[in-house]
Design a protein around this ligand. Structure first.
Ligand SMILES: Cc1ncc(COP(=O)(O)O)c(C=O)c1O
Length: 359
């Protein structure tokens, strides 16, 4: 066999692996998965029926233009269809955004720590990541991010609320930042957890994008809508950007099943958002419980909580797993735990309390 391997792009060397949230161990005691910010509720009955019907056409390619979904989204958000683009989850759309804007020699700015796909997809594009540390209160340092803009900057991710810390940027602060960004730099408001926001001061990116041609909003059906396994997300952006995203999409990437289930979910939105309301109540209970135990917990507007545990992170994650809940550790930094079923949240709170007493 030849010693020579096919030439691969140098940019791929050292690309960090995406660490998926650990699955609950099969055959273990109980096992609740709080490691991927999924929705603990199964799909609504109407959504399930749509998906089952779509399964009857697996021999056919999906509608490449996602026509029904695009029309439904255009109605739902009051935007033209030409301002929409879909993809295989919002991480797929984020990758399309990079392909559309950035390559070798270009810079992509984002807060750190934030969504762990940003460094991966940036490096794959060939562009350079410029990571701006969160402030001590775990917030985006928007002044530092604006200061980091150079003439090589092509794209800025703003994760609102931020994964994994949960805290959100408010309107005045975001507007002030956007005013500092040059018109030829694209700002992506990643709003994967938008539906969980209860702070009225946190703006809806869709309102912000309307008067700002350099703002794109990223949304997903994976979180509040509970379709993580179907891989469908979308962007709302002005026409040149949305058109570029449609060009860079994987052809037929969004399955018919995903498209039909997403449409059915939008039509069942009241019921779905009722479930989100229950998760938000659970979030309040968990945050208050942790604070009563003495933990410092950022003001989360998402479906997860963040505990900065530093060098106790992996011990805490191990204690959780032993108790029956699998959380997401970021070694040396902290643990992110999804708000899930009441029983799972109870186990998490009990484990946190016992751990706290030993600190
Ligand atoms: C901030 C953020 N953006 C995007 C995503 C991607 O979600 P999906 O690709 O399932 O739409 C996630 C998922 O965890 C996320 O946390």
């Amino acid at each position: 066999m030849s010693e020579t391997n096919p030439k691969l792009r140098a940019a791929l060397e050292g690309v960090p692996a995406y660490v998926p949230g650990k699955r609950a161990a099969a055959g273990g005691p109980v096992a609740y998965k709080l490691s991927s910010n999924e929705n603990p509720y199964p799909p609504l009955p109407g959504v399930m029926e749509q998906a089952i019907t779509a399964a009857g056409s697996f021999n056919r390619y999906p509608d490449m233009a996602c026509t029904d979904l695009m029309n439904e989204l255009a109605d739902r958000f009051g935007v033209p269809v030409t301002h929409l683009a879909t993809g295989t989850g919002s991480v797929g759309v984020a990758q399309q955004l990079l392909q559309a804007t950035s390559g070798p020699g270009d810079e992509v700015i984002y807060a750190w720590r934030s969504f762990e796909a940003y460094p991966i997809i940036t490096q794959i594009s060939g562009a350079t990541s410029v990571k701006v540390p969160l402030t001590p209160s775990e917030d985006h340092d928007l002044d530092a991010m604006a200061d980091a803009i150079t003439d090589r900057t092509r794209l800025i991710f703003v994760c609102n609320p931020n994964n994994p810390t949960g805290n959100a940027i408010r309107r005045a602060e975001l507007e002030r930042f956007l005013d500092r960004v040059p018109a030829d730099v694209l700002v992506v408001l990643d709003e994967a957890y938008r539906e969980f926001i209860r702070d009225a001061e946190v703006p809806d990116g869709v309102e912000i994008y309307r008067d700002r041609p350099n703002v794109a909003v990223l949304r997903t059906f994976s979180k509040a809508y509970g379709l993580a396994g179907l891989r469908v997300g979308f962007a709302i952006a002005h026409e040149p950007v949305a058109a570029a995203l449609r060009k860079t999409a994987v052809p037929f990437g969004v399955s018919q099943l995903a498209q039909d289930a997403a449409v059915a979910s939008l039509r069942a939105e009241d019921e779905l958002l009722g479930r989100v309301g229950s998760l938000v109540s659970e979030r309040t209970r968990v945050v208050e419980g942790l604070r009563a135990q003495g933990w410092t917990v950022p003001e989360t507007q998402a479906n997860f909580v963040w505990l900065r545990l530093g060098d106790r992170t992996t011990d805490f994650a191990a204690a959780c797993e032993k108790a029956g809940v699998v959380v997401r550790p970021f070694a040396g930094e902290g643990v992110r735990a999804t708000i899930a079923e009441t029983e799972a949240n109870d186990i998490f709170l009990q484990t946190a309390e016992a751990f706290r007493k030993e600190l």
